[in-house]
Design a protein around this ligand. Structure first.
Ligand code: C2E
Ligand code: CA
Ligand code: CA
Length: 424
């Protein structure tokens, strides 16, 4: 494996100098940028209290969450760097309002604040961020200086998480109550869009179906990705309502698809918490007239952690009607193999981090092969996601995986674009 000196060996991110160079290139091309400098507060305390290995885990996990977040939430190009010990830099070229950038920062800090499982116990970091919108004609060094100073001001203000580098106070942003009202209207006003990411058979490379992925086209904040959308819905207790709305849109679109193309829908813990999930979902599918045998529900371990017995009951009922189940994001977090036996699972859907290094790293490949062997022993078909290179696709096919999806073949598509492709 070639050793890339510009990358930090722990997190795989580029360092501050490489980021400055790239930023300077963008600026010389006249790109308008927004930036965030994130500092993990109490990071030294983590090292002291839990040991350096736990500190490393926290950094690796934070870098992974950061990358996932920007890949899912931002449009246009972006760069993520490890700027120093516990500091990360994010620069985005997406045209965006001040309000939106502040929302992005808030949601990113929420993602980084979630507990991290490490050897010494569960860690909680307190990330802070300085925000900036590039000024006309401003250079990279000036931006990085402004961000650094703004982040420093936060150190002395224990209760604050965000500071704009231009000295302006953070706007209150949209309050939770406003966002709640916005979300309710969004359901009525068709602002929730469902995209479809094609899935292909590994063996034949033919289209076999698509996964429905939600977006919120907010009238003033712009496009909010699925992560942000569900975070808002969760805070306001609207997840089941939002999920039903998405399922209805997706099922309606899928009834127009040709042939036997399959539809995959995601299920979150809050959907199940509602209690009547199995019954109400079955009714919804029936009303859509989409055949149950062409439907897959994707569930993550998060869904099962809450109440695996309740999940098993709901899923068994739906499985009896022909609906298939995939365990999603497998390998991304803590894998509890117990679920594999308790639930009516048909597919194991590997998290994209599992396929990332396989074409270049022998150990990553060994892990992948072991999981595939286990899945085979349990009679589960493997779906690979996040396939971005031809090498990854070939490998998935060589290992006899069932299906794949990823940017190599197609990003998530608008319903009409997917229908056009599927009918071609
Ligand atoms: P997920 O179920 O793991 O969905 C796959 C995510 O990976 C999607 O992000 C997709 O756009 C992205 N992706 C696909 N191919 C590639 C690739 O080759 N490379 C990379 N880097 N990324 C790729 P998206 O749409 O932002 O969704 C993020 C997560 O939000 C989803 O993760 C899912 O957990 C959740 N989600 C999305 N839509 C819904 C929904 O309608 N209902 C529920 N409950 N959850 C949803
Ligand atoms: Ca999924
Ligand atoms: Ca997934």
């Amino acid at each position: 494996m070639p050793f890339d000196v510009t990358r930090d060996s722990l997190t795989g991110l580029v360092g501050r100098d490489a980021a400055r160079t790239r930023l300077a290139e963008w600026l010389s091309e006249g790109v308008q940028v927004h930036a965030l400098l994130i500092g993990l507060r109490r990071f030294d305390a983590v090292n002291l209290a839990y040991g350096a290995a736990a500190g490393d885990t926290a950094l690796i996990e934070s870098a992974a969450r950061l990358k996932h977040f920007v890949a899912d939430e931002l449009e246009g190009s972006w760069l993520v760097a490890r700027s120093s010990g516990g500091q990360f830099l994010l620069v985005s070229s997406e045209p965006c309002s001040r309000e939106r950038w502040q929302l992005v920062a808030t949601q990113l800090l929420d993602a980084l604040s979630r507990p991290i499982a490490a050897v010494g116990g569960t860690l909680r970091l307190s990330p802070r961020a300085a925000l900036l919108r590039g000024l006309d004609g401003e250079g990279a060094d000036s931006m990085l200086d402004r961000l650094g100073h703004a982040l420093d001001t936060l150190v002395t203000q224990p209760g604050r998480r965000l500071a704009w580098a231009d000295g302006e106070g953070t706007r209150p942003g949209r309050s939770a109550a406003q966002l709640e009202a916005d979300l309710l209207q969004a359901l009525d006003r068709d602002e929730i869009e469902v995209l479809f990411q094609p899935q292909y058979a590994c063996g034949t490379d033919r289209l076999i179906g698509a996964e429905a992925l939600a977006r919120w086209n907010h009238p003033t904040l712009g496009r909010i990705g699925a992560g942000g959308l569900f975070a808002i819905a969760e805070r306001t207790d609207h997840v089941p309502q939002l999920s039903r709305h998405i399922a209805r849109i997706a099922l309606t679109a899928a009834t127009r698809w040709p042939g036997d193309l399959r539809l995959s829908l995601n299920v979150t813990p809050n959907d199940l918490a509602a209690g009547d999930f199995g019954v109400s979902f079955a009714a919804l599918v029936k009303a859509s007239r989409f055949p149950t045998w062409r439907l897959t529900l994707e569930v993550t371990e998060q869904v099962l952690l809450a109440d695996v017995a309740a999940a098993a009951t709901a899923f068994n009922g739906l499985a009896a009607s022909g609906i298939k189940f995939a365990l999603d994001d497998f390998g991304a977090g803590f894998c509890n193999f117990r679920y594999l036996k308790l639930l009516p699972l048909d597919y194991l859907k590997l998290d994209r981090s599992m396929i990332e290094g396989v074409a270049t790293d022998a150990r990553d490949l060994a892990v992948l092969r072991a999981i595939i062997a286990m899945a085979r022993a349990l009679d589960l078909a493997i779906i690979v996601e996040g396939v971005e290179t031809e090498a990854q696709r070939l490998l998935a096919a060589a290992e006899a995986c069932f299906a794949y999806q990823g940017f190599l073949r197609s990003p998530p598509l608008a319903a009409s674009a997917f229908l056009t492709d599927a009918s071609a």
